[in-house]
Design a protein around this ligand. Structure first.
Ligand code: BGC
Length: 764
């Protein structure tokens, strides 16, 4: 067992932290969280922890939403009973954590193996001392299973010692239906969901198993006489299931899972988990030489991205803090489609498909939201849970402590186009026609229908979309947001493409789908008219998009005068002045530039970036990544690198003072995007893959793998030799555009090309 508790030696794969500071406990609990897309466990202090302990020791189960009491309450992901507690005591009271030389409360996240390791020294005055090392995992191989191993070594002292292992929060937010010693079945109060947990414990002293005394359900105790050198191993396996109520055989699923875990035993359970992680890393790792901090940040990002998804559950998606914290209530935003899907599409297509099937399964919620407001088609929830109905709270406390109305649920409409965008990207990259036919086409058509009903013709001969909020949420009730309208136009055009494609290649499916949706030629014609006459705010003379109608007339605040500030710009200026200014919360036109670069003429990309970048206050964790991606593509590599490190710092340094509420998973996805789409210059195009590497000077090489239309490719960008090498590891030969020039690659012929020196933006 000792070997299993040793972290990976290479420091680029581990995150470590030592010490015990109650003020930082919650930060650590998030950063070191473990998850597998079904179970998420925060890395809180759980040894000899008092009930009032800090760090929100929550465990989450994906999709377990319920609505708390209160008139305006919205559904939220509720924490489930937490099975990590361990209490070690002597007759005189509990052992206490020792703060002295050596690890006092060390946490190590072994990202390569997907494990949380922790270590502390427990003492009772100077008479007794013991070293406790723990391993926690939630299985990447069988997602219903969790495992904890405790390795307690008595260093000093002979005494009666008691170890109690228990669960916390058995009756917190859920109603117990059944509570046996090893099995609990609960139901949510309102949402009709059931949770089952089965757990088993085993304790060995110097290799001999000791039977526990069962004190209460999920509470076991052992007492023995300690002596120096004694080794106590506690193993706890947990099987978890989520289902709907009423359902048959309450508890059976969790018991079956637990049995599977026990049959495996901890060694095999651990080995399979490690193998599953090795598999994930082999398709998603980015190996970066020359910048150790960037390498670690990328591994941290990829660790959390791989932890967040579950390819086997198409009924759930990833919340804005994944399964690592309570902020944003587990709600799903555009973050998933725009900032996370690219990673999954390219490295884990099964997970990408499942996330998109979630949007397919929530289409009815999106249709209901559109119909409620008198529009047609699918208007996706800005904040989505399990039903697809809108769950954005109506009010919140603003950063200046005032109660404000939240209009995003009604006005932040670009979400429908964002979902369509991800559907198209996935299909382009995978060629998964079955998905397109079964689900993707319907999403594209229904979102296009929404836009066609949403945009209204006006006297100027154009269609307009009024009263929206763009990605820049500082400005509400705006008209013709460039991001929204250009994405909407793109959405309609792709829907028309897909209608044409279905008609031509799968006519039976087209006739079934068009009759199911009651879609006829006249309506398609109308969509096309809307797309071709949609106002976009583009000034053809300058190539600049106006972020929304009237934006250029607003007060131009010089943000450089506020350099070094520690609070968001809307707090400094106040809400009203911010709304009357050109200060942008986050990438908006810049986000458009990142997603649809083809909508900008040559030279206009740089012009727009140069206009909007200095006006952005980066009030959202989503902002810096988009800017970095665009800066890298424009060849402004050192500026992009600065954005890279700023994005990495959001969670690793906690620059937004918000890590306690969960990992900013979109920022992590953005870090990956910046590296692959920015520095490596990867583009997923309808006519194939393109690469245009431009690495920061300090990055000597960058290597990663990707999946493209049933092929696996390995990319290596070597800055020392100034070469790009692409090897095809499986699949048919293909052509890749490198800086626009076609190159072929096949199983026996790698692609080798020279890489360019970064160009100064604006050169040539
Ligand atoms: C951002 C949104 C984002 C949400 C969840 C907000 O602060 O402005 O764009 O979707 O956070 O991450």
């Amino acid at each position: 067992m000792k070997q299993a508790l040793e972290p990976t030696a290479d420091a680029s794969w581990v995150l470590s932290d030592d010490g015990c500071d109650p003020l930082r406990e919650s930060d650590r609990a998030t950063r070191f969280a473990i998850s597998n897309g079904f179970l998420g466990v925060r890395a809180s202090q759980t040894v000899n922890r008092s009930p009032q302990g800090v760090g929100s020791p929550n465990t989450y189960v994906a999709g377990l939403f319920d609505t708390p009491d209160g008139d305006r309450a919205v559904p939220e992901l509720i924490p489930v009973p937490n099975g990590l507690q361990v209490h070690i005591s002597l007759p005189g009271g509990p052992l206490v954590q020792h703060f002295g030389p050596g690890p006092s409360h060390a946490l190590t996240l072994d990202m390569r193996r997907g494990l949380l390791l922790s270590e502390c020294r427990l003492v009772d005055g100077s008479a007794v001392s013991a070293r406790l090392v723990r391993l926690n995992l939630v299985s990447q191989d069988r997602r219903s299973l969790g495992l904890q191993m405790h390795h307690l070594e008595v260093e000093r002292g002979e005494s009666e010692m008691t170890l109690e292992a228990s669960f916390e929060g058995l009756d917190r937010d859920l109603m117990a239906e059944r509570l046996d010693n090893e099995l609990g079945v609960w139901r949510t109060r309102r949402s009709g969901k059931r949770l089952e947990i089965a757990a088993a414990v085993a304790l060995r002293i110097d290799g001999l198993e000791m039977a526990p005394v069962v004190l209460a359900p999920f509470k076991w105790s052992w007492t023995w006489k300690s002596r120096p050198g004694q080794i106590i191993c506690l193993e706890r396996i947990m099987g978890v299931a989520r289902s709907a109520v009423p359902g048959p055989d309450a508890g059976v699923k969790a018991l079956n899972e637990l049995k599977a875990g026990r049959d495996l035993g901890w060694r095999d359970l651990l080995t399979r988990h490690e193998t599953a992680w090795a598999h994930r890393w082999s398709s998603s790792d980015i190996d970066l030489k020359g910048d150790a901090a960037a390498q670690k940040a990328l591994r941290f990002a990829i660790y959390h991205l791989n932890s967040a998804a579950n390819p086997d559950d198409p009924r759930v998606s990833i919340g804005a803090r994944a399964l690592t914290g309570a902020d944003y209530r587990g709600h799903v935003f555009w973050d998933t489609e725009i900032f996370l899907l690219p990673f999954y599409i390219v490295t884990w297509p099964e997970a990408a498909r499942s996330l998109l099937m979630y949007r397919f399964h929530t289409l009815n919620g999106a249709r209901a939201k559109a119909a409620d407001r008198g529009w047609r088609g699918a208007f996706y929830a800005w904040e989505s849970t399990d039903t697809g109905l809108e769950t954005t709270p109506e009010q919140a406390v603003g950063p200046d402590r005032q109660i404000v109305d939240i209009l995003t649920g009604v006005q932040e409409q670009h979400i429908s186009a964002d979902v369509a965008y991800a559907v198209w990207q996935y299909w382009q990259a995978t060629g998964d026609d079955e998905f397109l036919i079964e689900a993707g086409a319907e999403i594209l058509l229904e979102t296009a229908r929404f836009w066609a009903s949403r945009a209204q013709p006006e006297a100027d001969g154009l269609h307009h979309i009024r009263n929206v909020i763009g990605p820049d949420e500082y400005h509400e009730n705006i008209d013709d947001n460039a991001f929204t309208n250009v994405m909407a136009r793109w959405n309609i055009r792709r829907a028309l493409d897909v209608a044409g494609l279905l008609r031509q290649r799968w006519p039976d499916r087209w006739s079934a789908l068009s009759s199911h949706l009651d879609l006829n030629e006249a309506e398609l014609k109308r969509w096309s008219d809307v797309a071709e006459t949609l106002a976009t705010g583009l000034d053809p003379a300058t190539g600049l998009y106006e972020q929304f109608a009237g934006y250029f007339d607003l007060e131009d605040v010089d943000l450089s005068a506020y350099a070094g500030r520690t609070v968001p710009m809307d707090v400094i200026l106040g809400r009203e002045r911010t709304q009357q200014s050109q200060v942008v919360k986050q990438a908006d036109v810049v986000a458009l530039l990142a997603l649809l670069p083809g909508e900008f003429n040559a030279g206009a990309d740089l012009k727009n970036f140069r206009y909007y970048e200095p006006r952005c206050g980066h009030g959202s964790s989503l902002s810096t990544a988009m800017h970095g991606l665009v800066a890298a593509r424009l060849g402004d590599v050192e500026r992009a690198l600065d954005y890279f490190h700023r994005t990495a710092a959001i969670d690793l340094i906690d620059t937004k003072s918000a890590i306690g509420g969960g990992v900013h998973i979109a920022a992590q996805g953005g870090l990956w995007m910046m590296s692959v789409f920015g520095f490596a210059g990867l583009a997923l195009r309808s006519d194939g893959l393109a690469l245009a590497p431009q690495l920061p000077a300090s990055w000597t090489s960058l290597s990663f793998s990707l999946q493209w239309r049933n092929r696996s490719l390995a990319i290596r960008i070597d800055q020392t030799n100034r070469t790009l090498e692409v090897s095809l590891e499986s699949g048919l030969p293909m052509i890749i555009a490198v800086y626009g020039e076609p190159h072929s690659v096949s199983l026996d012929q790698a692609l080798v090309a020279d890489i360019r020196q970064p160009v100064e933006p604006g050169d040539g």
